[in-house]
Design a protein around this ligand. Structure first.
Ligand SMILES: [Zn+2]
Ligand SMILES: [Zn+2]
Length: 226
């Protein structure tokens, strides 16, 4: 997203780019990293990424006034948040996902990953909020318009999590103290929101009411974790 679009979406939830203390990049793919240069330069925001991600985006995003490196398994403190990275299986250079900790509260994140590895389950366990990829419905992807090599890429071990894979992860991670689940990175071509919703809801059982689905064209509501 452009700096302008990000600013307008932040404004829609009562926030501004000036409120940001840092931007954390998961990997270099353009749907994640493209707008970071202008955002960081205009508002002097620190950008955190692995060296691999930075190498891949450097030419496309231009100068980052305050770039800070972390490793694939690392932890940094920003304000009163502890942000921990862990490696993901994705066709990128040193991709990561994050766990964010504040006091005893934990937010677990996992998007852009081809498969759920033991480290994903271990890092996300006992999270109070989960942001998890539910990218595609396998049958819709198979029958859909994408070229064959792209279908193979998405389905591969370094592609994206299907609704089913997401549900399996959620069923493993489900517990009494889970307060929020956000389904993320839904494909507009290879998924239906209803299918993603019902597949995850079955995995969550009584916790299904705590689920919301992210949209590509508008910001997700703010949620409080306590
Ligand atoms: Zn990606
Ligand atoms: Zn992505």
């Amino acid at each position: 997203m452009s700096e302008r679009e990000l600013a307008s979406r932040l404004a829609a939830i009562g926030r501004s780019p000036r409120d940001l203390h840092g931007v954390f990049l998961t990997h270099e793919h353009s749907d994640h990293a493209r707008g970071v240069g202008a955002l960081a330069r205009k508002h002097k925001i620190p950008v955190f990424s692995t060296e691999g991600t930075y190498r891949k985006i450097r030419d496309a995003v231009g100068e980052l006034p305050d770039w800070r490196a972390f490793k694939q398994e690392d932890g940094v403190t920003v304000g009163d948040l502890r942000v921990e990275s862990y490696p993901t299986e994705h066709d990128a250079e040193e991709p990561v996902a994050f766990v964010v900790l504040r006091g005893s509260l934990k937010l677990g994140h996992a998007t852009d990953l081809g498969r759920v590895t033991p480290i994903v389950r271990e890092r996300l366990s006992r999270s109070h909020a989960l942001l998890v990829e539910s990218n595609h419905d396998i049958d819709m992807l198979d029958a859909g318009p994408y070229p064959w090599p792209l279908k193979q890429r998405i389905k591969s071990d370094v592609g994206h999590l299907s609704n089913e894979a997401c549900a399996e992860l959620l069923s493993y991670l489900n517990h009494d103290l889970l307060q929020h689940v956000v389904l993320m990175h839904l494909s507009e071509t290879n998924n239906h929101r209803e299918i993603a919703h019902i597949t995850a809801a079955q995995a969550l059982g009584d916790n299904a009411a705590k689920m919301i689905l992210a949209c590509q064209d508008r910001p997700t509501q703010l949620i409080a974790i306590h």
